[in-house]
Ligand binder design. Structure first.
Ligand SMILES: Cc1cc2nc3c(=O)[nH]c(=O)nc-3n(C[C@H](O)[C@H](O)[C@H](O)COP(=O)(O)OP(=O)(O)OC[C@H]3O[C@@H](n4cnc5c(N)ncnc54)[C@H](O)[C@@H]3O)c2cc1C
Length: 469
């Protein structure tokens, strides 16, 4: 019998995708192995950007009944709330995102305690580079602070890169504490004066949480929201399991869009909400996206993306009610157009823009600007040195549309030469370029489960060879 080799698996990114991959490895590995879960922000371990929110209003954007960590146990999260939180909820409730982080943390601890063969370790440090030795097939993972480690398998779960700034470096420096570039991991509203004016750049779901948090803390100052087009997320509504019979195969972006509009009308005629149509389409989205040629994907991003996003990424009705009330009371103003410049005047910043509807030059004064423009998928522009390094060396390939990296059908990392890297996978938003729908728990839980299964199957085979010779 040959000496046993401990298989080492490194998961880079300790948010929901990385944590769920680790949990599934702990469920499935039945041979000795080491699993490292690596996260650079200590407070984000088992939570990532979404479930470590510090805001006073931080509901999940999805019903509690649809947030299970496991596709085969649909009530897992809902039941966890019933068992662990003294609250009255139903499956349609929108509960705290921090609770969801607590749930993932407990699941990790539970499966770690159950699997005696696997040593699971968490590492708090920033990965600066990953490279593979052709001869041994081993990956070397280098860190900012600690010694490098080697791994047989690597899972990239680095998730949502911070939003890009619309301001120049000089403007950001001049604005100092008046500007918050990264709205995650901290509470940008902590410590502001109740009469301060606040400007939120970007009008998606992160904006909604900040505005409602201001409302809940009794904020007196004016709240401005600014975006290029002024689209707001639409509210959730009743959804039923709705399937509809349309083939999207061979259709371009425009035809898909028209088919969707037709499906909305047909559903409405039967008393079924458009929300049910969007949810019913979800299972087919990856296939539709894969079948679109690059030119059609570009067309979609240019002409239909905003429309898709506001229907797909919806806000709780309670949030929509607060926004409406604040607008009616004159506490919230929504503006849209082209940003021009900022000027710092003592304790305030003047924000200048060209109004989209009138073309007029407009401005307003604010004490705080928060960047809520949404995650970036352009890895060469982001601050993640590991991603830049991997792309520069050709280990990874940024997709042409700058929304993710190229991955294979099983989430394998694709190199710049078009060949997949052996034993190296992506889970979560990194796969958006290949699958489009790859940022929410419904898709992430399936990816994490499947990735863990591929690795567990391979580990079982290799281990048999090592032990049985
Ligand atoms: C504010 C917000 C709210 C959301 N709400 C919902 C919701 O209600 N329901 C839903 O289904 N989805 C929601 N989402 C979508 C979200 O993308 C997924 O649910 C999920 O959280 C993504 O997890 P992730 O681990 O892939 O990414 P992330 O949460 O971004 O985690 C990736 C982690 O990798 C770490 N990392 C990156 N690079 C390195 C490195 N070089 N070295 C070490 N660590 C590194 C980061 O620090 C980060 O913690 C929300 C997203 C956001 C941003």
């Amino acid at each position: 019998m040959q000496g046993e080799k401990h298989i080492q698996i490194a998961i880079i990114g300790g948010g929901a995708s990385g944590t769920l991959t680790a949990i599934n490895l702990l469920r499935k590995l039945n041979r000795e192995a080491k699993v490292y879960l690596i996260e650079k922000h200590e407070g984000a371990l088992f939570r990532g950007a979404a479930y470590s929110s510090q805001l006073s209003y931080e509901p999940l954007n999805v019903h509690a009944g649809k947030m299970s960590a496991f596709a085969h146990l649909p009530d897992s999260f809902y039941q966890w709330i019933i068992d662990n939180r003294s609250t009255t909820i139903n499956r349609e409730s929108f509960v705290s995102r921090r609770w969801y982080g607590d749930y993932l943390t407990e699941l990790y601890q539970k499966y770690k305690a159950q699997n005696k063969l696997v040593k699971a370790k968490t590492v708090i440090d920033t990965v600066t580079s990953v490279c593979r030795d052709e001869a041994s097939g081993l990956y070397t993972i280098k860190f900012e602070g600690r010694d490098a480690l080697t791994a047989d398998y690597v899972v990239f779960a680095t998730g949502n890169e911070p939003p890009q700034d619309i301001f120049t470096a000089e403007q950001i420096s001049a604005m100092g504490t008046h500007y918050v570039s990264l709205p995650w991991f901290t509470d940008p509203l902590k410590g502001i004066k109740p009469t301060d004016n606040v400007l939120i750049v970007g009008t998606g779901l992160t904006m909604v949480d900040h505005v409602v948090s201001l409302y809940k803390q009794g904020h007196q100052g004016k709240v401005y929201c600014f975006s290029r087009n002024g689209y707001l997320p639409l509210p959730h509504n009743d959804t039923s399991n709705y399937t509809f019979d349309v083939s999207f195969d061979g259709k371009g972006a425009r035809e898909v869009f028209f088919e969707l509009r037709r499906a909305f009308r047909n559903a409405a005629a039967k008393g079924i909400t458009w929300q049910s149509v969007i949810d019913g389409l979800r299972i087919r989205t990856a296939r539709i996206w894969r079948n679109l040629p690059t030119a059609e994907r570009k067309l979609f991003l240019r002409n239909f993306k905003n429309y898709w996003e506001i229907h797909r990424h919806r806000m709780p009705q309670a949030s929509a009610n607060v926004l409406e009330q604040m607008q009616n009371e004159g506490k919230l103003e929504l503006h849209n157009g082209k940003y021009n410049k900022v000027e710092v005047n003592g304790d305030a910043v003047t924000f200048y823009y060209t109004d989209k509807a009138t073309g007029e030059q407009c401005n307003f004064n604010t004490n705080l600007i928060i960047n809520c423009t949404g995650p970036s998928g352009d890895y060469m522009q982001c601050s993640n040195g590991m991603m830049k390094d991997a792309i520069a060396k050709g280990w990874m390939k940024q997709d042409e549309l700058k929304i993710g990296i190229e991955t294979g059908i099983r989430g394998e990392i694709m190199m710049s030469n078009g060949i997949v890297l052996k034993n190296c996978y992506a889970v979560g938003p990194l796969r958006k370029a290949s699958e489009w729908e790859s940022t929410a728990m419904r898709e992430i839980r399936t990816q994490a489960d499947e990735t863990a299964q591929y690795i567990a199957d391979k580990v079982a085979t290799i281990h048999d060879v090592l032990v049985d010779i």
